[in-house]
Design a protein around this ligand. Structure first.
Ligand code: MN
Length: 473
């Protein structure tokens, strides 16, 4: 593997700090890829006998960097955050490395402290998530860390990098998957992509569909139940609920028909988008949500976003029983909250204003800042917004506004949303960054309107320029 040398160099840095008995802090992001990558790096260090602590951050802003600078740690391993703060990190921390896949400014690609997917010539939005990078680094530290490979798969699907044919993992993520498969930790099946495929009654699975999010069906068990009854699918067999995995081919195509009939043909949504590779984690109980990597990812995301990041990390580190029970409780609370928000958005139509192909969503007093990202992802997957860029804002503390932006799957051109958010946020004294399809920012409240307008303008200009370019060619 050509990248191996790079991972080896970073492994050597870690090994040397462990030998020196440096006090090490792994600082990672609170979404599922962040929890998984933080756990991989923490566990790999712990196995070496390091003096190591793991902390989870909602984002790495100036305040967080100050906090790291003032802390008692001597060596910092940052994961899944910090790529838009490299100058600040260089100025504040004596000794750190950064493992990430968010967009990085050209000027920092040569920084020897930075291990970024883009720097390896990979597309950080599709080819490698932080968990995958962390995994290959851990594998260089000790080959036995191959048992952490399922977490790389979880992180990859969590960040929606399952963007190959049939929602498959590609490039470096695929290599982590193949390690996991060779070691017998993960197996692959192909099926309809609904949560609870083996574990939940079919109508519950259908109501949990949120990519695409179908207003009126998603989040509504009764509606899912009636739709399935109407399609004459038997929901029970000898008194027991049937799961998706028990359905015949014909029955599955009826389920597909229910979903497709809810999406206008203009959105060009196809059956292929509903079917894909499912990654089964072999060591997990067949009735556990951790069995399916996508559900594992949702569970971690729920923990991170609901203030239970320690529970999420415990699950990643292999604790089950009461930790898993707590995580599952958190997942249902998370789903309940998201559902309540989505129902409100359907009713309170004035919250979304559309300007050309950009939709600006005002989430103030409705969406807690930590739930803004997941809600925005769901909104942009719904039939009305699949061909748009959604820019959502909500209050974060007294004086700031949090922004999440997502590019819909049928949006006409390729953008670099992460770079746009970084650039515009800086202008207003905030911080921003991310990926081409998903990005975020935090800015002072007083600039929220101008910020949203400038992002919208840049998105439109960039997409127009791309389209004109295409026409000229
Ligand atoms: Mn990530």
């Amino acid at each position: 593997m050509e990248h191996r040398q790079v991972f080896k160099e970073f492994a050597d840095i870690i090994e040397e700090r462990v030998e020196k008995r440096s006090k090490i802090l792994v600082a990672s992001h609170l979404d599922a890829d962040g929890l998984a990558s933080g756990s991989i790096l923490f566990e790999a260090c712990r196995r070496l006998g390091a003096n190591v602590t793991l902390r989870i951050y909602p984002e790495l802003d100036g305040r967080a960097v100050e906090e790291l600078r003032g802390s008692r740690y001597e060596f910092f391993i940052l994961a899944d955050l910090g790529s838009s703060m490299i100058a600040e990190l260089d100025g504040s921390l004596n000794d750190y490395i950064l493992i990430d896949h968010h967009v990085i400014q050209e000027a920092h690609t040569q920084n020897p402290r930075v291990l970024n997917a883009w720097k390896l010539g990979l597309d950080g939005g599709r080819d490698a998530c932080s968990s995958t990078l962390a995994y290959f680094l851990a594998k260089e530290l000790d080959h036995r860390n191959v048992d952490l490979s399922p977490l790389a798969v979880v992180g990859s699907v969590a960040d929606r990098q399952d963007c190959g044919p049939k929602h498959s993992l590609i490039e470096l993520n695929r290599l982590a998957l193949s390690d996991a498969m060779k070691a017998g930790h993960v197996s692959v099946v192909e099926d309809l992509l609904l949560p609870g495929r083996e574990t939940r009654p079919l109508h519950e699975s259908l109501s949990l569909l949120n990519n695409p999010y179908i207003p009126g069906l998603s989040g509504n068990k009764d509606a899912a139940y009636s739709a399935l009854m109407k399609a004459e699918i038997n929901l029970k067999v000898s008194g027991a609920w049937r799961t998706l995995s028990e359905l015949t081919k014909e029955e599955k195509s009826k389920v597909v028909e229910i979903i497709l009939s809810s999406i206008p043909p203009s959105q060009r949504f196809t059956v292929e988008q509903l079917i894909g590779e499912i990654y089964l984690i072999e060591l997990e109980d067949s009735l556990s949500p951790l069995r399916d990597a996508r559900e594992y990812a949702t569970l971690l995301n729920a923990c991170g976003r609901m203030g239970k990041q320690d529970i999420g990390v415990s699950v990643c580190l292999g604790n089950r029983d009461r930790y898993l029970a707590e995580a599952m409780k958190t997942l249902s609370e998370y789903r309940f909250n998201i559902n309540r928000i989505m129902q409100s958005l359907v009713v309170e139509t004035s919250r979304i204003s559309i300007k050309d192909s950009v939709a600006i969503l005002n989430g103030r007093e409705l969406i807690p800042d930590k739930l803004l990202g997941p809600v925005t992802s769901i909104v942009v997957s719904s039939p009305d917004y699949r061909d748009k860029v959604v820019v959502a804002l909500t209050n974060s503390g007294e004086k700031e506004v949090k922004v999440s932006a997502r590019v819909g799957e049928s949006f006409g051109s390729v953008l670099n949303l992460g770079a746009i958010m970084d650039e515009v946020a800086r202008k207003f004294g905030g911080t921003g960054g991310g990926h081409s399809m998903a990005a975020g920012a935090k800015i002072p409240s007083e600039f929220s309107e101008s910020f949203a307008n400038q992002v919208a303008e840049k998105v439109l200009n960039e997409s127009r320029a791309k389209i004109e370019n295409k026409v000229q060619k």
